[in-house]
Write a protein of this length. Structure first.
Length: 124
């Protein structure tokens, strides 16, 4: 789970009945959108201050394994494509909460993609 304002990724154990237990810090790093890859690493987006955005591939404990810099913040991401090695990133410029009407009118949203080395985990 990404806890953006707490600046951490949180993990849980999932029981056979689907209940969550053993809440713990997975990595002390800002995350907004997250997805898991086949090696157990997480891709996360760091909206952060300023105009740009960063997507990071992070191992448990916080080691950064890969980094993709964008010209606008990324709010969600997912691994997909035919072989699961395309990282799709939903990005949009951010003008601040007091300029929401301007943000909507600007239509700066994009779905960006990048090829990565490790495919998604599970299905899809």
């Amino acid at each position: 789970m990404a806890e953006s304002f707490a600046r951490r990724l949180t993990a849980f154990d999932i029981g056979p009945d689907g209940r969550l237990s053993n809440r713990r810090s997975w990595a002390d790093i800002t995350g907004d959108g997250i997805c898991l890859d086949a090696d157990g690493a997480v891709w996360t987006s760091d909206v952060g201050p300023g105009d740009g955005g960063i997507c990071l591939r992070v191992r448990e404990g916080g080691e950064v394994l890969a980094r993709i810099e964008l010209d606008r913040p990324c709010y969600a991401l997912m691994l997909g494509g035919q072989d699961g090695r395309t990282l799709f990133m939903v990005a949009q410029r951010w003008f601040g909460p007091d300029r929401m009407e301007e943000l909507i009118a600007a239509k700066t949203g994009q779905i960006l993609s990048a090829r990565v080395g490790v495919p998604h985990a599970g299905w899809p």
